[in-house]
Design a protein around this ligand. Sequence first.
Ligand SMILES: C[S@@+](CC[C@H](N)C(=O)[O-])C[C@H]1O[C@@H](n2cnc3c(N)ncnc32)[C@H](O)[C@@H]1O
Length: 234
Amino acid sequence: MQRDDIKTLFDQQAAGYDERWAKTAPIRDALHFLLRAVFARLPADARVLCVGAGTGDEIVELANRFPGWRFVAVEPSGVMLDLCRRKAEAGGFADRCGFHEGFLDSLPATSPFDAATCVLVSQFILDRDARIGFFRGIAERLRPGGVLASADLAADVASPEYEALLRVWLDMLLSAGMPAAGLDQIRQVYARDVAILPPAQVEALLRAGGFDTPVLFHQAGLIHAWFSTRADFT
Ligand SMILES: C[S@@+](CC[C@H](N)C(=O)[O-])C[C@H]1O[C@@H](n2cnc3c(N)ncnc32)[C@H](O)[C@@H]1O
């Protein structure tokens, strides 16, 4: 999707975003449970970059578990970012957070981060080289050896398994309260606006973007999550 379209889409969705996805919490919670373990060896004063922070789910989770960590939320949708900021204020950890409205390339230079998250973000970049550049932009903000935890929808959409899994995924969303009309919309959005690639291809993009050895640590339906380490590049 184009940058303006991303911002418009999530500005429009922001008000109902958390409620819309509330009943899929078991999926998010499992991802966050493992994410804590992926980041468990970071220093007690780690700095974490959250790209596509949305309404702040990853930050809330990590800030509550790791009271010495600091965060920078990067988010192009000002409305999503406002909700993220409000959650941080309500949770009492806003003083450990920076909030940047915009894309990563507009974030002023900082000292390198120990880790980064980008959960369900890179999938919106349809162009392969741009998606590699997105991962490269994150790698360049990490210290050598810094860890990225990323998640995206991934599947071989040309396979018969995809159609079967998509059906299960949409049934899951239906049971989680998504209206049937919304399901048709999701089907269209996946086909048109989301780059759902086979997991091996996402791993290749991560490597091309400057990350070593992506490790698939979680899969729930279409969502795949990897951790990978910033490669030693200059
Ligand atoms: C599906 S939401 C996920 C939000 C959050 N990470 C979560 O898991 O709850 C995707 C978010 O990424 C943001 N986003 C999309 N493309 C982005 C990009 N290229 N750079 C940074 N953020 C982006 C959107 O504005 C949106 O808030």
